[in-house]
Design a protein around this ligand. Sequence first.
Ligand code: ASP
Length: 352
Amino acid sequence: MSNRRKFLHSSLLGSLGLLLTKKAGAAMSSPVFDNETVTGHPVVISTWDTGLEANKGAWEVLGKNGSALDAVEAGVRVTESSINCCVGLGANPDRDGFVTLDASIMDHQFNCGSVAFLERIKHPISVARRVMEKTPHVMLVGSGAQEFAVAEGFPLEPQVLSDDAKKSYAEWLKKSEYKPVINIENTPGHTAPAEHGPSAPSRLPNGDWNHDTIGMVAMDAMGNLSGSCTTSGMGFKMRGRLGDSPIIGAGLYVDNEVGAVTATGQGEDVIRICGSHSVVEYMRQGMSPEQACRMAVEKINRIKGAKAKEIQVAFIAINKKGETGAFALQKGFSYAIKTNTVEKMVEVKSLI
Ligand code: ASP
């Protein structure tokens, strides 16, 4: 059966039942791991274990009193560059075998830019920034985004899958369906191969690993906030599918008077509630970052009802005081924090 036929035979619902994969802590040099948040600035936080390396990249900027905007771009570029990772060109492809990438960025003055359904470009986050800074638009997609990127000097990379993605795709094609496994990093024996480096995610041998994203928000020494988010979306997604990550207000939102928020997890459900924007508004009402993230998660939980246990969503946030916080629907989500004195993973509380 052709891939297209298999796609048509596959259940769309099944494809949306994707779950988050916590990255492989096992591949890292024993990060400090606790559940205490921090307050103060400069500070940078980012989703999942890959955030530890990304935060180091951001700190190259923040630690020298650079801007939060430069920091969040530099930080997630680290993850986009990692080979065989879930974010960037090494990620799993869509159902037709093509890697398509989404990214967004927002600064402290409501400037924002995003790209979606972008192919063959290594650093979607930097293209998103160019959209923000060099065009009158907020969002470019597909071939238009790619043409813009090339015109801006971004090299067009070869259209090849990484070795891991090739294997996963071959496995996936055997059934062309999803078997969601929540927080599969907890599945014994499934950790990232050491040679993939500290940014590699865990992945099931049968290729069931199937998403991913890094979201990062930061406050610089001046007290300004910015955020970035970059993803390959869901592995084996329908061709043309966009998640929350490139959508300002859903996967990312920054209001410099209030706070900065980014999301990870099942993008469709984050979009439904304008997730990151909602969290900012909850903080504006006086909630702490964690309480505000929890409110958004509770709303998704209410909307999903019994199906909530089939998905994962999580938010991370910094408020104007430099307080950080997060909340997840399911257990198993963590985020990375870096300040002048702290560098660690935080285990995030969850509803379920
Ligand atoms: N939120 C991303 C999306 O739906 C996926 C993820 O966070 O893993 O595209």
